[in-house]
Structure formats: C-alpha cells, structure tokens
Design a protein around this ligand. Sequence first.
Ligand code: ZN
Length: 129
Amino acid sequence: MYCSNCGKKIADDAKYCPECGQQVVKVTVVRQTKEAIIYSPYNGTFSVFKVLGFIILIIAIIVLVIFAGIIPVKELLGITISLSIIGLIFCIIGKKSRRKGLAIAGTIIGSIFLAIEIFLLFLAFAPVE
Ligand SMILES: [Zn+2]
C-alpha cells in the first residue's frame, strides 16, 4: 500500500510510514455497488413513481368495474387504458427503487389488465354479426 501523506510505498502491515512518520490509516474502500451509486439520490423519487403507478392502476381497475355499463364501453376503455399505460410506466420507472416488490406487482398487474382492456377494446370494435 501507499502512505496517505507522502505517497511512498510502504509495507501492508505498517502502522507508521517509515518515510514521513505518518500514522497509517487503513482506508477501507467501501465498494459502492452500481445500484447504490445510481439509486441512492433518486430512491425517493422512484418510490413515488412506484406508489403512484400502483394507485393509478388500482384506480383504472376500479373505474372499469364501477363504470362498466354506465359510460359507453369505448370511452370507458379509452379512459382506463390511458390510466393503465400511465400506471404501468410509473411502475416500470419505480422498479429502479430499492424495494421493488410493489413496482413488480404493479408491472405484472398493469400488463395483465392492459392486455384485458385491449382485448375488450377489440371486442368493442369488432363488427356485430
Ligand atoms: Zn509517508
């Protein structure tokens, strides 16, 4: 290793630098993981996206269930598909947060729900025989 004061190469187990007498401070290099470097300053933001995304998805599902038969199906699907896409994107962004359980759940639920909505949309636009 090298002396932190004078930069001379010294023995790894030396307590004092033989060159300048500086006490050797063992510098433990804390290896920050890539995750820690990238996510720590933004973790809060990603968590907000994750929670918001999940809430938006739940709202989209509730809206679809409550307003089915009240609002014309194409308009209803337009609203809920828009909400689902926003919720899904937020959950995907939220997956960058440290605790990503909710974000993963939201991504899965959102994907399935969006697939169902698109299927319903196809049915709604399908010519009636
Ligand atoms: Zn030294």
